[in-house]
Design a protein around this ligand. Structure first.
Ligand code: DAH
Length: 330
C-alpha cells in the first residue's frame, strides 16, 4: 500500500492514475480484497483492521483527487499551449483583409441613396406571414407565393423571402413622404448553380401624398442609378408581375460581359435582368392604412449586382470563403 501511495506521487498521466485506482479499488484491487478478508476476522481484531483500512482508503481517495486535479490542469495547460494561435506566422508577407464584394457592392448602393436623403430601414430576418406575404397583397393560397419557396418555422413564423416586408414595417410606423432603402439577407429554399438559400437584397420605396408620383419618376430614378452603378449601359423596362406593384416591370441593362453583342452569359440577348420594380399596389397602401398616396418601389439582388460589377461568372464563388477571391478586391 505504501508503494501505491508513492506511485500516486510519481504518476504523470491521467491514464496511469486510472490504472493505479484499479489496482487499489478495482474488483481485484488491493483494498477491495483486504476489505473482503474482514469477514474472516472477529471482535476487536476485525474492528481495528477495519479502522486501518478505512483510513487507508480515505488517504488514497484524498491523494487521488488531488493528483487528478493537478494532472487535469496540466493537461489543459499543455493543450492550450499546443493549440494557441502562433502569431509568429504573421510576418510582413501576410495578407490584410478585404471587404467582400457583396458587402462593398451593398455599401456602394446604400451610399448612393443616402446621399439623396433616403432613410436606411431595417426589419427582422424572422418574419411573420402578415409582413412577408399578406400585407404585400399575397393573401393565403395566392399562387404567387410559389414564386418564393419559403423556410417556415412553426407558429406562422418564417425566414423572410424578400426585403419587401420592411416596406410594410416602415409605412406602419411613419407617414408619407417616405424615401427609404432596406438592405439585408433573405432566404429561400433554392440551391443550384444560380441560387443560394441565403442572399442579399436591397429594397427601395418612395411614397408621397396625392398622385404626384408616376412611373416616369421611377424610370428616371432607376436609369440614373443604374448608370451610376454600371457606367454607360442601356436600360430597358419589361412588363412583369409582382403582387405588391401595379404596373410592375423587370429592368434589364445591356450585358456587361459582351457590351450587348450577345454572349453565353446573356444567352445571346444582349441584356441582363437586374431588378424588379413598379408602382405600389393600392391594396398595399390599404393594408398599412394609407389613403390618397402614390409611390414606387424596387427590389434588387446584391449578389447579382456584385457579379455584374466585378464580372464574377459563378455565384458560388461568392460563398466559398476562398481567400484568393478576396485578395483580388484589396
Ligand atoms: N420582392 C421582390 C422579389 O424578391 C423584388 C421586388 C420587385 C421588390 C418589385 C419590389 C418591387 O419592391 O417593387 O422578387
Amino acid at each position: 500500500m505504501e508503494d501505491i501511495l508513492i506511485s500516486l506521487d510519481n504518476c504523470s498521466s491521467l491514464e496511469e492514475l486510472e490504472q493505479i485506482k484499479v489496482q487499489i479499488l478495482g474488483k481485484k484491487g488491493y483494498l477491495t480484497s483486504e476489505f473482503a478478508k474482514l469477514k474472516d476476522l472477529e471482535g476487536d481484531e476485525k474492528k481495528q483492521r477495519a479502522e486501518i483500512l478505512n483510513k487507508l482508503r480515505d488517504e488514497f481517495n484524498d491523494k487521488f483527487t488531488q493528483k487528478q486535479k493537478y494532472l487535469k490542469d496540466e493537461f489543459i495547460k499543455a493543450k492550450a499551449k499546443k493549440d494557441a494561435f502562433n502569431f509568429a506566422y504573421f510576418d510582413e508577407r501576410s495578407n490584410s483583409g478585404a471587404l467582400h464584394p457583396v458587402m462593398s457592392t451593398m455599401d456602394k448602393i446604400i451610399d448612393y441613396f443616402l446621399r439623396q436623403n433616403f432613410s436606411l430601414e431595417e426589419g427582422p430576418l424572422i418574419e411573420d406571414d402578415f409582413h412577408n406575404f399578406e400585407a404585400l397583397n399575397l393573401p393565403k393560397s395566392h399562387p404567387a407565393r410559389d414564386m418564393q419557396d419559403t423556410f417556415y418555422f412553426i407558429d406562422k413564423l418564417l425566414l423572410r423571402t424578400q426585403t419587401s416586408p420592411v416596406q410594410i414595417r416602415t409605412m406602419k410606423q411613419q407617414n408619407p413622404p417616405i424615401r427609404m432603402i432596406a438592405p439585408g439577407a433573405v432566404f429561400r429554399r433554392d440551391f443550384d448553380i444560380t441560387h443560394t438559400p441565403m442572399f442579399h437584397q436591397i429594397e427601395m420605396l418612395v411614397v408621397e401624398d396625392g398622385d404626384k408620383i408616376s412611373f416616369a419618376n421611377l424610370k428616371y430614378v432607376l436609369e440614373e442609378f443604374l448608370r451610376y452603378m454600371f457606367g454607360d449601359v442601356k436600360v430597358r423596362f419589361r412588363p412583369s408581375f409582382f403582387p405588391f406593384t401595379e404596373p410592375s416591370a423587370e429592368v434589364d441593362i445591356s450585358c456587361v460581359f459582351c457590351g450587348g453583342c450577345g454572349c453565353r452569359i446573356c444567352k445571346q440577348t444582349g441584356f441582363i435582368e437586374v431588378m424588379g420594380c413598379g408602382m405600389v399596389h393600392p391594396n398595399v397602401f390599404k393594408n398599412v392604412g394609407y389613403k390618397n398616396v402614390s409611390g414606387y418601389a424596387f427590389g434588387l439582388g446584391v449578389e447579382r449586382f456584385a457579379m455584374l460589377l466585378h464580372k464574377i461568372p459563378d455565384l458560388r464563388s461568392l460563398f466559398e470563403g476562398d481567400l484568393r477571391l478576396l485578395e483580388q478586391f484589396k
